[in-house]
Design a protein around this ligand. Sequence first.
Ligand SMILES: *[C@@H]1O[C@H](CO)[C@@H](O)[C@H](O)[C@H]1NC(C)=O
Ligand SMILES: *[C@@H]1O[C@H](CO)[C@@H](O)[C@H](O)[C@H]1NC(C)=O
Ligand SMILES: *[C@@H]1O[C@H](CO)[C@@H](O)[C@H](O)[C@H]1NC(C)=O
Ligand SMILES: *[C@@H]1O[C@H](CO)[C@@H](O)[C@H](O)[C@H]1NC(C)=O
Ligand SMILES: *[C@@H]1O[C@H](CO)[C@@H](O)[C@H](O)[C@H]1NC(C)=O
Ligand SMILES: *[C@@H]1O[C@H](CO)[C@@H](O)[C@H](O)[C@H]1NC(C)=O
Ligand SMILES: *[C@@H]1O[C@H](CO)[C@@H](O)[C@H](O)[C@H]1NC(C)=O
Ligand SMILES: *[C@@H]1O[C@H](CO)[C@@H](O)[C@H](O)[C@H]1NC(C)=O
Length: 448
Amino acid sequence: MVLIVHHVYFPAALKFILLITLCTLSDCYDPLDPNGNISITFDIYQRMENGYLARVTLQNYHQYRHVDTPGWKLGWTWLNNEVIWSMSGAIATDRGDCSSYSGSQMPHSCKKDPIIIDIAQDVTQNRSDHCCRSGRLSARAVDSFNSFSSFELEVRNLEEKENSLGQAPNNVTLMAPGPGYTCSPFLITDPTVSLDFGGQRQVPVLRTWKSECTYSSFLANKSPVCCVSFSTFYNPIITPCRNCSCGGCREADKNTVSCIRPGDPLRGSNDEIENNSIIECTDHMCPIRVHWHFKNNYLNHWRVKLTISNYNYNRNYSNWNVLVQHPGFNQKTTTYSFNSTKLPTLGIQDGVALLWGIDFYNSELLHSDKDRVGSVTTEILLEKDENSFTLQNGWAFPRRIYFNGENCDMPLPDTFPMLPNGSSNLRPTCIDFGLSLISLFILLLLLL
Ligand SMILES: *[C@@H]1O[C@H](CO)[C@@H](O)[C@H](O)[C@H]1NC(C)=O
Ligand SMILES: *[C@@H]1O[C@H](CO)[C@@H](O)[C@H](O)[C@H]1NC(C)=O
Ligand SMILES: *[C@@H]1O[C@H](CO)[C@@H](O)[C@H](O)[C@H]1NC(C)=O
Ligand SMILES: *[C@@H]1O[C@H](CO)[C@@H](O)[C@H](O)[C@H]1NC(C)=O
Ligand SMILES: *[C@@H]1O[C@H](CO)[C@@H](O)[C@H](O)[C@H]1NC(C)=O
Ligand SMILES: *[C@@H]1O[C@H](CO)[C@@H](O)[C@H](O)[C@H]1NC(C)=O
Ligand SMILES: *[C@@H]1O[C@H](CO)[C@@H](O)[C@H](O)[C@H]1NC(C)=O
Ligand SMILES: *[C@@H]1O[C@H](CO)[C@@H](O)[C@H](O)[C@H]1NC(C)=O
């Protein structure tokens, strides 16, 4: 058995390792979301005395990577002596040195490199259109309506040049909320056009500068945040997450409070608790575990139970999402307790499903406490494709899982749950949807 498993898996495993190596070498983009980025559009729509009015829009083009609280922080560096005279829909975090202004009204920010943050949803003053989401940007495939956010600003003190709109600021930076994003310089693009007179008249802005910020988990310098475990109805042995999948297994210094054992009181300084760094001690040491349980094998369908567990003691994940790549998602599927959608797959044969919580029910993945691990769970019913469905070779396990856009560590194929020797007890359960009535009927006939 072991030999067969190795024989079957070796090429796949080799490819996988090769892929990983290539990725780390070239800081690989995400093949499941090749166009994912956050774009920043700077639209100058009106000239002002020695300046202009502009609208800046952040648009999250990621299918499944969202920006959560404490929210985005956008920065840039002015090339000359520009100041932000006023702003609505966001604020600059620092007024800077405005001592050369003596008038009764002071500029909003005189900093050469302002940092701009969003304002809270419930603030009523100084709002602008499409503003004020507390710095959150939803993932596009989950909620495209809330995947962008805008703010407006008046810029003054441009260099005195006839008819000039000044130069685009440079060194664009985006924290969302942590590091990981690299932004291209602002470039002039086709001006953004809005429609007037019920769509009959096109009104381009005066100038549009655009920057695109791409994400790299390598730059974010995060250790993996999640791992995957498997179990099946045919084998009582659970394939656990790999040991130390998320790092942080430091046998040597047992004094570091990087994790606590269930039942222990919460130790550690307030800092550590506030920095969300306390997780439950496990062999994998991951904050998040995704468990795939192959639960039933029916005649025409098969059923999976998916559980996402949060091992943090002090961190809730709101609007979490999980992506699963598996050929079974090419067929019709029913997800019972999560919201779900299929994503387009470019050049990937497997189906890709994106799952997220249902509002006011399980869209918040709560933290663990001393009695229980916070978790959300659903069952998924997948239709069988007779040509591809098999219990062999670990086919029934996902190829890739992401939590909030971060790749989860998978168990190695040689640890997958093994099929029992005789396959007689693995026949699909007779009672299947649609067929169940017929089989009951036949059973009754036989009994009579
Ligand atoms: C950013 O996303 C947009 C929309 O998906 C896409 O057209 C553009 O090519 C992307 N840019 C980069 C650098 O990936
Ligand atoms: C916010 O609005 C108030 C009036 O509602 C105004 O006095 C103030 O200057 C505005 N702040 C900014 C930064 O524009
Ligand atoms: C802006 O970027 C340039 C080149 O990347 C760098 O030399 C310069 O120091 C940066 N300026 C600031 C203020 O960060
Ligand atoms: C993982 O850790 C557990 C306990 O710490 C140990 O029993 C087990 O053998 C380890 N597994 C591997 C594959 O090293
Ligand atoms: C927690 O964050 C604060 C600042 O936000 C930092 O000074 C401190 O070192 C962090 N503590 C840990 C344990 O990471
Ligand atoms: C997590 O959510 C629960 C329930 O809404 C709340 O009581 C708790 O304070 C939250 N924890 C954190 C760290 O936000
Ligand atoms: C599923 O998500 C969509 C988009 O976010 C939302 O409109 C819909 O209400 C959600 N369905 C449920 C049952 O939460
Ligand atoms: C299955 O076969 C292997 C080797 O042929 C044997 O070691 C193992 O005990 C068998 N398992 C069962 C459940 O019979």
